[in-house]
Every structure is written in C-alpha cells, then in structure tokens.
Design a protein around this ligand. Structure first.
Ligand SMILES: [Zn+2]
Length: 489
C-alpha cells in the first residue's frame, strides 16, 4: 500500500535531478569575463549602474594587484595559470628570440613555453567526468596545451559583436550534447580605443557605459534562461591605463648606434637585446642618457627586481628600459601619428594616448574584480589580492584540485561562499569530495529501495504494468550512468 507513493517520489526526484543533468553541466559553472584595461577606479569616475549593482550584490575588491609587465598577454596568462610570467614564459606582448633571431608575437610558440604550465580551461577538461571548457577570444585560449584543444574556442576578431559573444556563452552552457562548465569571455575594450584616445576621453567614457550595458545583458540572459542561481560570474581586467601626451615621448634609440641591437615590446617597457660585443657600451650609453633625462630607468637583467618574477626566463631581455609613469618611449613616437591617421584626428601636444605596462605598484595599472553566483559570498567587499591568486579561486568554484602554481588561497578563502573565512581552499575541496560520497550513498540506497520495491510489486502486478506506470525512470537512470562515465577515460 506504501509502494505507489514511494515510487512516485523516487520518480519525481530522479526526473528532476536527471533532467537538469541532460541540459546543464552537473559541475559548478563559471564564466570569467575580462574587460581589457578596465581600470579599478572607473567605478568612482563613471556611472556604471549594472556593474555597481552586481558587484555590490556579490563580492568585490577595490582593486587587484597584477603582474609585471602590466601588459595584456602576460597578465591574462597569469590569471589563467596562477603562475608568474617568468614561469609561463609570456614575458611581454612580444619578445625577441635570440636563438631564432626574430620577434615572437602572440602564437602557440609564445604560449607553449612549458608543458608544466596548464591554463584553467585545459585543467578543467583534464579532470574529465564531462567537464567542458570554452574560450571566447581569451588571449591564448585557442591554442593547444599538452597537445590538446579545448571543446569550444573562438579566435580573436577585433570588434566582434559583443552581444553575440554573450549569446554564444549562454549557448555553450545550454548545449544539449556538451554543456560547458567554464567559459573564458574576453572583450578588447576599453584597451583598443584607450591606446588611441587615452583613458580620460569621451570615447572611453562611452565604451565604459557600453561595457556596463553588456554586463547587464549577460545577467539578463542568465536570468531569462533560469541560470542566475546556477552560474558563477567573475569579472576582472588585466591592467589599467594612464594618459601620456607627445611632450612626454622619449626617444631612447637616439643614444644607440644602428645595427648594434634589437628591440622588442612597447612603451613603457622596451626590451633591448644588444648584438654580441655591444652589451656594455649599450648599457652604459642608456644609463648615462637616463641620468640626463631623468624620466626613464635602465635595468640590466641582473638588476630586475625579484618581486617582478620576470628575471628567471631565457626570454627576458638583457636590458630593459622603463619609462616613468606618464612617459612613453620610441614606439609611441611611431604609433601616435598612425593613430591620428587611422582615427582621423589632428595630433597636437595635448593629444592624450593610453599606456600601460608600468610596474604593478603604479596605482593606475590596477585591475578591478567583482564576482557573483551560488559559490560566491553575497554583499561582501574583500581586501585587494593578487591576480596570481585567481587560479585557485577558479579551482575552488569549479571544485577541482588546483595544479601547481604560484598563488595562495587568499582569494578563495575570502570570496567563496559558506566558508566564513574559516576554511581553506583545501577544506572546501575535501568537503566537496565528502559531499559527492554522501550523494553517491544516497543514490545507491534509493536504487536498492527501488529494486526491492519493484520485486515486491512484481508479486501483485506485472512488469508491463510497472513500465507503463514509470516509463521514464529507468531510461533516465541508464542515461545518467552514461553521463557519469569520464569522457577522457
Ligand atoms: Zn590588456
């Protein structure tokens, strides 16, 4: 007499559980959004209603510290890997390869420096069990690591429609065959126009308002698809930006003899690679010029600051010339008139250009951080932390053990919900494993009781009648077992 209600409840629970599994990843879901060059204090200078709404509903830090040099590719890859540029090898947006005698720009060659460095998107999929990663234009996201591509990736296309990026993100999450549980979503603004017009321009103010709108659009789409309480969203940037005018452009190559060196990188940090035999003379010439000018510093490789974590890599240049904040070097002397031509404005001494790449302790280089979702604390402001710590936070949200990295658990301890600052990332992961074991035990008990119930029912009814009554239950169970098998096994 109690059989029918018991089986009805089991059917209902099974259907609810397994129907969600078939449309969404069974793993925690995380979207990491990067707005390139979105400076931390745009929150105080601009009206950003959507971003302010979601950052105060979730968790935010006033700013983050990033890595040296505060350029796009080194910083995005440190966010993605939790290791410093000297470890992942992306030491600049470009570097000079002394062996191949060429400048290396963004390419698999640049990103495949070490097999031991594993970006979060690769690491997520490597854990198997149906975990699926996606990259929408994230720098380096479309390259192979350990010889493998991730399931979904879109290569960078400047100016690609922003709403379509968000729409594709939602589609990946809802994919009926391979639902993504990690999406790296990149926007190249306000960096692209910031370089040409400076971070204080009306054009940048307009772009910041549009980035605020796209944040609103992302959350509206999550809500429309009933995903707001299932998806964690972290928004971050790689660096800020400062304004520089032409009177602050410094021509350093005038102090060097043509044909005695190579150079790579861009303002404010230019890499100098002297040809054999010219090391000392070039270093001395630049040092003397630096004393005269007073607005740039010259470092030999042995003088690179330890806290930069930039020195211990063969790609790091023998000499680095670093302009003081608010100053730029030769490359901007070349590119300023090119910007004026491309964007059709008159170049004057008052024209402002955007520059980043200075030491990460420079205030205007600081990125922002905000996060919201089921694994994130609500209405919480946390202390600033290093972008190096983001990798462990990602792993904490995704409930995977981090691979070896340079970060700490500071961000994970502060940002993850239900930790109350008491538990480390390791504890969270242990609890997650414990939770899975308990869930497995409950499912096993449910199956045993179901089978016992069926056996008893068979004495009073036929199998055909039972299948008619619960046609989907066992099919769902079989499908779910299939989904539980690791895809990468
Ligand atoms: Zn950038």
């Amino acid at each position: 007499m109690f059989l029918k209600p018991i089986l009805s409840v089991l059917y209902l629970v099974t259907t609810i559980c397994f129907s969600s599994v078939t449309s969404l990843s069974k793993h925690p879901i995380l979207i990491v959004v990067s707005f390139d060059a979105f400076r931390y204090n745009f929150f105080t200078t601009e009206t950003l209603p959507y971003m302010n709404l979601y950052r105060t509903k979730g968790t935010y830090a006033e700013y983050l510290t990033n890595v040296f040099p505060t350029k796009t590719f080194p910083n995005h890859h440190s966010i993605a890997t939790g290791v410093y540029p000297e470890v992942h090898g992306v030491i600049g947006n470009s570097y000079y390869d002394s062996t191949l005698k060429k400048i290396v720009k963004i390419s698999p060659e640049m990103y495949n420096y070490s097999e031991a460095v594993i970006p979060i998107w690769r690491w997520n999929e490597d854990q198997g069990d149906g975990r699926v990663s996606a990259s929408f234009m994230w720098p380096g996201g479309d390259f192979t690591y350990q010889g493998k591509n991730i399931t979904y990736s879109v290569t960078f296309q400047n100016g690609f429609d922003w709403k379509k990026r968000v729409d594709q993100t939602i589609k990946w999450i809802l994919d009926p065959e391979k639902p993504a549980n990690l999406i790296m979503l990149y926007f190249e603004e306000p960096d692209t126009h910031g370089h040409a017009f400076g971070p204080n321009s009306v054009i940048i103010k307009d772009l910041l308002a549009k980035l605020d709108n796209i944040t609103g659009y992302l959350h509206q789409q999550l809500e429309l698809n009933n995903l707001s309480d299932k998806v964690n969203v972290i928004q971050v940037s790689d660096h800020g930006m400062t304004a520089v005018t032409p009177p602050h452009f410094i021509n350093i190559t005038q102090y060097l003899k043509n044909g005695t060196y190579e150079w790579a990188g861009a303002s404010p940090a230019i890499q100098i690679i002297p040809h054999g035999g010219f090391e000392d003379s070039i270093y001395t010439a630049l040092k003397n010029a630096s004393k005269q000018n007073g607005h740039f510093t010259v470092y030999a490789k042995s003088e690179y600051l330890d806290r930069w974590h930039y020195k211990n890599n063969p790609r790091s240049p023998p000499i680095l010339v670093m302009a003081e904040q608010g100053y730029a070097l030769d490359d901007l002397i070349i590119s300023a008139p090119q910007y004026a031509k491309k964007y059709n404005f008159t170049l004057t001494n008052q024209s402002e250009f955007g520059v980043h790449g200075y030491d990460y302790i420079v205030d205007e280089m600081h990125p922002y951080f905000m996060a919201i979702g089921p694994r994130i604390k609500q209405q919480t402001k946390v202390d600033p932390f290093s972008t190096i710590d983001l990798f462990n936070l990602f792993c904490g949200i995704l409930e995977i053990m981090p691979t070896k990295n340079n970060g700490t658990t500071k961000a994970a301890d502060m940002v993850l919900a239900n930790t109350s600052g008491k538990y480390s990332l390791g504890t969270i992961l242990m609890m997650s494993v414990g939770g899975v074991l308990v869930a497995l035990l409950l499912v096993s008990l449910a199956i045993v009781f179901t089978l016992i119930a069926i056996k008893r029912q068979q004495s009073i009814t036929t199998t055909a009648a039972l299948n008619k009554r619960f046609p989907q239950t066992f099919q769902n169970y079989i499908e779910a077992q299939h989904l539980l098998e690791p895809e990468d096994a």
